[in-house]
Design a binder for this molecule. Structure first.
Ligand code: FAD
Ligand code: NAD
Length: 463
């Protein structure tokens, strides 16, 4: 049995773990990272990156299909386009492969030792890993748990056969004729929309009264309209009950049972922390619900053990995991750091996209703020018009007494790229006057951000 002794052991090489290990390596910390499957974790291999590749391919296919129907006002017409999904998936796999090698290269460059295999805790300072060349024991002064999350499985709809999770959906070789998606949240809507654009008949079954229940109705409205335009069926207040032959059984809000014919049933009802089956239970760390409880330095209840990323709870986003990973590496290297972020932006890559940073109007009111809201629609933005993307708006939420920005939201085509400007404004403590006084390049959709600030100040120029 081989044994390694190190200062820092990171378990899991997803965005949280690999960033933590790279930063620790850069700071000269003797670091080992263990990964059971593939470097890059959920995000790079079966999450953010492959889903965005599929979404982009679907967008392109839908665009040309639209033109083939001679419906394009741009005066462009094309022959009937064809799709070879197996090729699309191979293209996506190539991107994943390149990024995967990139992460391994960055780890090596930072002099991080990479161990392939599943880690299992022996005690709070020691893990054992079954590797291809035998058992490896690793002892560390500090351990970072970054084992991420996995899809929630419904007991009456176990994964297998026609019932698939996002992982299988991202590697289908043909487009299902009839796709039923259980769960109208992030993944269900991102992937459901992509498959509708690729030609599937898609039905979304959402248990609550609204798709994307985490967002307010105003933000979701343009997305719901687009789903209808794409011919997608959306059943809200409907619960999946089971699976019989080639159909999903559901119960609607009024208690009626329905059969929804389906070639594939994609279950996207949330994700749960990967806490079981690798000795974590025996450490008896404090929990916050199903997740590991952490403090503002990502410390767990056991000395010398930190946790980062999805295993620590909502929001389960890659950029939060990365920011936590970077902070923990610096703490281990002796720097004084605490979690002092004012916001974690979130983007839903639907059509159109939704961005949120900071507080929504309702959240700000619930926190006791007296607020003012400025909103600017993209149908008054020249760049949006030239891109056939007039749906949506930018909205700014500020404190009524001093114009401090509390939150910014947008829905519209391509607004994901505005998320950094929104987060920067909040992080820098911007006031409406700062945004209004910043020259925004013309013609860009970002002008909608400046105009929303001007609107809240009472002097929008283009509306
Ligand atoms: P993970 O990425 O889950 O990585 C954990 C790693 O730990 C895995 O590689 C796993 O193999 C390894 N591991 C687990 N147990 C062990 C063990 N015992 N020993 C060794 N290794 C182990 N987020 C966004 O911000 N933007 C998006 O657009 C986005 N899109 C998504 C799309 C989909 C379809 C999905 C499923 C998720 C998406 N997410 C997105 C969420 C994002 O993927 C996660 O928030 C992120 O991956 C969490 O990072 P992590 O490092 O905490 O864990
Ligand atoms: P989610 O929490 O976004 O959505 C799950 C949805 O399923 C909810 O709307 C819920 O009401 C519904 N639901 C639950 N049980 C149901 C049932 N029995 N029948 C019908 N509907 C039911 O979860 P997700 O879409 O699985 O995504 C998981 C996580 O992954 C997200 O919370 C997010 O953190 C992350 N993610 C992020 C992005 C992004 O940043 N763009 C993309 C994909 C995933």
């Amino acid at each position: 049995m081989k044994e390694i002794v190190c200062k820092l052991l990171v378990i899991g090489a997803g965005p949280g773990g690999y960033i933590c290990a790279i930063r620790a390596g850069q700071l000269g910390v003797d670091t080992v990272i263990v990964e059971a499957v593939k470097a890059g974790g959920t995000c790079l291999n079966i999450g953010c990156i492959p889903s965005k590749a599929l979404i982009h391919a679907a967008e392109e296919f839908e665009k040309v299909s639209h033109m083939a129907g001679a419906k394009s006002p741009l005066g462009i017409s094309v022959e009937t386009p064809k799709l070879d999904l197996a090729k699309t998936i191979a293209w996506k796999d190539d991107i994943v492969g390149r990024l995967n090698s990139g992460v391994l290269g960055l780890l090596r460059k930072a002099r991080v030792k990479i161990v392939h295999g599943r880690a299992r805790f022996r005690d709070g300072k020691t893990v054992e890993v079954e590797t291809e060349t035998g058992m490896q024991v690793i002892r560390a002064e500090t351990v970072v748990i970054a084992t991420g999350s996995e899809p929630v499985e419904l007991p009456f709809l176990p994964f297998g056969g026609a019932v698939i999770s996002s992982t299988e959906a991202l590697s289908l070789k043909t487009v299902p004729k009839k796709l039923v998606v259980v769960g109208g949240g992030y993944i269900g809507l991102e992937l459901g929309t992509a498959f509708a654009k690729l030609g599937a008949q898609v039905t979304i079954v959402e248990a609550t009264q609204q798709i994307l229940p985490q967002y307010d109705a105003e933000l979701v409205k343009p997305v719901a309209k687009r789903l209808a335009d794409l011919g997608m069926r959306v059943l809200t207040g409907a619960k999946a009950k089971g699976h019989s032959g080639d159909a999903l059984l559901i119960e609607t809000t009024d208690g009626e049972e329905q059969r929804l014919p389906a070639d594939k049933i994609l279950v996207t009802v949330g994700r749960k922390p990967r806490t079981e089956g690798w000795g974590l239970d025996e450490l008896d760390l404090d929990r916050a619900g199903k997740f590991l409880r952490i403090d503002d330095r990502c410390r767990t209840s056991m000395r010398g053990i930190h946790a980062i990323g999805d295993i620590t709870g909502e929001p389960m986003l890659a950029h939060r995991a990365m920011a936590q990973g970077e902070m923990v590496a610096e703490i281990v290297a002796g720097k004084k750091r605490t979690w002092d972020k004012r916001c974690i932006p979130a983007v839903c890559f639907t059509d159109p996209e939704i961005v949120t940073a900071g507080l929504s109007p309702d959240e700000a009111r619930a926190q006791g703020y007296d607020i003012r809201v400025g909103q600017f629609p993209f149908n008054a933005n020249g760049r949006a018009m030239t891109m056939l993307a007039e749906e949506g708006f930018v909205r700014i939420v500020v404190r009524a007494d001093n114009n401090l920005v509390l939150g910014i939201q947008a829905v519209g085509s391509g607004v994901s790229e505005l998320s950094s400007a929104f987060a920067l404004a909040i992080e820098m403590g911007a006031r409406l006057e700062d945004i209004a006084a910043t020259i925004h390049a013309h013609p860009t959709r970002s002008e909608g951000f400046q105009e929303a600030a001007m609107k809240a100040l009472g002097h929008a120029l283009h509306i």
